[in-house]
Write a protein that binds this ligand. Structure first.
Ligand SMILES: O=C(O)c1ccccc1NCC(=O)[C@H](O)[C@H](O)COP(=O)(O)O
Length: 213
């Protein structure tokens, strides 16, 4: 089966157009003000209108309240909600019940126990996104271009879908897929020219590399 592609942190029409032209499956919209990729509801609405049905829209939140998620779901016409903070299985279940959308739970990975913790979200989350664990004093809990030891997820046989994130780029994504068998890959800073600035050529190269893998 083809590996699905998510380009996270889309915040401009050019980046959105590049992701669609490169036939990425999902555009990630970041609703987290400290991020250089943060967009507000107005920008999300404009991007959603431009995207139409050409690409799936995943809203990324970090320990957000229902009001924040509701506004973004409406404005960005989101197809899925990605929870990238310390959300418990109970909180994931609440968000799923309240918004009636697929919920992706990001899990920070530094060791085998972190991967095993995905089991807590079984029958609750729709997809687990394994991402690199950021240092305690990091500015952001994701989107830092850090990768983790891919051999940790290679044995993962969870019952729900999963994806791989963290430091993926056009140069390493083929190797990441061949070493992990990830059904979905997610990148952000690996397709940027500066923090928060997506590079259309890198988006195109990333998607080509995934399809060639
Ligand atoms: O991208 C952000 O700014 C961000 C902020 C807060 C939480 C998560 C964030 N990004 C999460 C993603 O989905 C990224 O694609 C993932 O962490 C991989 O990022 P990168 O290592 O830069 O490819």
């Amino acid at each position: 089966m083809a590996t699905a592609i998510k380009i996270c942190g889309i915040s401009s029409p050019d980046a959105l157009d590049a992701a669609i032209a490169a036939r990425a499956d999902f555009a990630g919209f970041v609703f987290f003000p400290p991020s250089p990729r943060h967009i507000d509801a107005r920008a999300a609405a404009a991007l959603a209108g431009r995207a139409g049905a050409a690409i799936g829209r995943v809203g990324l939140f970090v320990d957000a309240d229902d009001g924040t998620i509701a506004e973004a779901v409406r404005a960005g016409r989101l197809d899925a909600v990605q929870l990238h903070g310390n959300e418990t299985p109970q909180r994931v279940a609440q968000v799923k019940e309240r918004f009636r959308l697929p919920v992706w739970k990001a899990l920070p990975v530094a060791n085998a126990e972190d991967v095993a913790s995905a089991d807590r979200y079984r029958e609750i989350a729709d997809l687990i996104l394994f991402d690199a664990k950021t240092p305690k004093d990091a500015a952001l809990p994701g989107g830092m271009g850090l990768r983790f030891d891919w051999s940790l997820v290679a044995p993962y046989r969870g019952e729900i879908g999963w994806g791989l994130a963290g430091g993926l780029s056009p140069a390493n994504v083929a190797e990441a897929i061949s070493r992990t068998g990830a059904p979905l890959v997610d990148t952000s800073s690996g397709v940027e020219s500066a923090a928060g600035v997506k590079d259309s050529d890198k988006i195109s190269a990333f998607c080509k590399a995934v399809r060639a893998a």
